[in-house]
Design a binder for this molecule. Structure first.
Ligand code: MLT
Ligand code: MN
Length: 310
């Protein structure tokens, strides 16, 4: 069985974002039960319920560990110990890599990412806080199943098939003079994560567009976590809090003709869950008409702490 734990449901910035001062953010900070606070996007997966693999390392990781007993050292473990055996990255976004800095202190685990993302980490010496004697960095092959191993090479009972999806290079790595801001294949990955019994699910927290190839992969899936950044492509502009469309940020929207609700509607997916949800997305608001529409279309909205057994 696969144990899946949503550590953070929100996109970069979390919910509410630190500088948000709109009515929704104010209600959330005041403890409105319709607006629980959400940390930044990450899930943890375990085959044995004991050793966990993080998929993306959010800047909120320290809080996520303190919130989730599964990620805390077991009572009978050594004086320095962690159930986190590996980390797999889908891109180099701030909301997906900076949590690695919480994992310093010479604790062994394995780090997996596309070679381009490993290159970004190698070029930023602050990531040297991950002592290479304890934290091997392993490139993810494309479109091949890979057995995940812990830092010392012991198998974790999980395999990952990584594949490129349409997307954009991380915001902080954009090159304004290059085509597509310097985006290259491998900058944004989707993952199919499988247990020993072959049961699998998809984790795709960023995706700029649906392609025929991606649709074919997702056909008949048991479970898909999918990019829920924006409800509408221009919602940040309409709300007066930003100048960018979702398209410009490398995210397809939930709603609309080219949106994910329409794109995944006919793929016979048993369970669809939006994750990486931006603070402007009305999906966060319990009782919103947008949430009702997504639910009607068969979607769930990830919450911090959601557990799924597959
Ligand atoms: C994104 O998902 O588009 C990025 O996380 C944006 C950001 O870096 O804030
Ligand atoms: Mn992001």
């Amino acid at each position: 069985m696969l144990h899946i734990l949503v550590l953070g449901a929100a996109a970069g910035g979390g919910f509410p974002q630190w500088n948000s001062n709109d009515a929704i953010a104010r209600r959330a900070r005041a403890g409105d039960p319709d607006l629980p606070l959400r940390t930044q996007s990450s899930i943890a997966v375990s085959a044995d319920g004991r050793r966990w693999v993080l998929f993306n390392a959010s800047p909120d990781l320290r809080q996520q560990i303190n919130d989730r007993r599964q990620l805390q050292p077991a009572p009978d473990a050594a004086l320095r110990a962690s159930p986190i055996a590996a980390v797999v990255l889908t891109n180099a976004d701030v909301d997906h890599v900076t949590g690695l800095l919480n994992l310093r202190e010479s604790q062994a685990f394995a780090l997996y990412a596309h070679s381009r993302v490993l290159g970004v980490l190698a070029a930023n010496s602050i990531f040297n806080v991950l002592n290479p004697a304890f934290v091997p960095r392993r490139p993810l092959p494309m479109d091949e199943p890979l057995m995940l191993m812990d830092g010392s090479g012991a198998p974790l009972g999980l395999s990952v098939r990584a594949f490129p999806v349409p997307g954009k290079v991380a915001l902080w790595l954009e090159d304004g003079n290059a085509r597509d801001f310097g985006t290259a294949e491998g900058d944004t990955l989707g993952l199919e994560i499988a247990g020993a019994d072959g049961r699998s699910f998809f984790y795709i927290p960023a995706c700029a567009a649906m392609t025929a190839e991606l649709a074919a992969r997702l056909q008949d899936a048991s479970l898909v976590f999918f990019d829920g950044t924006l409800w509408r492509d221009d919602e940040m502009i309409a709300a007066g809090v930003g100048t960018k469309t979702g398209r410009r940020m490398g995210h397809m929207s939930c709603d609309g003709a080219g949106g994910s609700i329409a794109a995944l509607a006919d793929l016979n997916i048993a369970r669809k869950i939006f994750i990486h949800i931006n603070n402007t997305n009305p999906l966060f608001i319990a009782g919103s008409p947008e949430r009702a529409r997504a639910r009607q279309a068969g979607w769930e909205i990830a919450e911090d702490g959601l557990e799924v057994a597959l």
